[in-house]
Design a protein around this ligand. Sequence first.
Ligand code: AQP
Length: 338
Amino acid sequence: MTDTTFTPRVFSGIKPSGGLTLGNYLGAIKRFVGMQGQMETIYCVVDMHAITVWQDPKELAHMTREVAAGYLAAGLDPSQSILFNQSQVAAHAELGWIFNCVARVGWMNRMTQFKDKAGSNAEKVSLGLYAYPSLMAADILLYHATHVPVGEDQKQHVELTRDIAAKFNHDYKVDFFPATEPVIEGPAMRIMNLRDGTKKMSKSGESDMERINMTDDADKIAKKFKKAKTDPEPLPETVEGLASRPEARNLVEIYAALDDTTPEAVIAQYPGAGWGTFKPALADLAVAKLSPISEEMARLMDDPAEIDRTLAAGADKARAIAEPILKQTYDIVGLLRG
Ligand code: AQP
């Protein structure tokens, strides 16, 4: 249920931890752009989250601009949405520390993304990777955001954000932070790896063949879909037939999301089709939808100074919302300020 005592406001972000993937586009950016104009929208390149794992400094700066270019090329309008990179607004880190003192270690231990990313190496990963969800809660609550569009993989972190807000409000006997809603809807909430339909498509996945990058050209996109893992069966006659076929379901869901339709409609269009028919059709659709965006991204990346100016102007607007909320938080907690 939406918290009606707060003005509707959207916040979401993307880490510049690699090149944008089709998963980031369908699960996040396309939906972010769709929410623009419906309510106040704040979108971030969360560079401080990226450094929870090692990032080459030059590459990080490049990827930060590339994610910004991806947002802009997909239709984000900086006069309608606030667009900035997280590290330019110091209040994220400041509120993040306060939330580190609100969140419980037991809550962090339940975060499945940490377990997936740390694997058997948990003792050696950064403390930042472990605390990541509490910084994410700060990103959201610093703007009193009521809605957070995310892919399925981030649902648990938005739920933790609600827990942190509730505990803060309870401990300090205030009604200061909203109960933020995750917005997870549509056919593309979990785009899977093209080589293994049980794993998420990720920027940092090992093989380039397992993901479609937003900067891939038409030949690469066609090749990656052609080589995408599938079972030997053709597409089913009805969508129920996809139930235990993760790779087939993934390709149908990608088609549906790119074409703004449903998996049911895709199956109705290609009942019983073989992969020799469906994969080239999917590749053509992906090229038609993605190439105007990747061309615009390349054009924007030719002028990095202009991207930097856009991010700096967005950071000024973000600060104007964030700083009063941080100051009130300090007052509630009892931290003196001049
Ligand atoms: N495969 C996906 N399907 C649907 N949505 C996805 N998102 C990411 N991958 C998929 C959504 O994109 C937004 C930004 O995610 P992020 O970059 O901040 O973090 P992530 O989810 O950890 O993304 P990656 O690509 O997997 O990055 P790495 O490999 O660096 O960890 C979020 O809304 C996310 O749900």
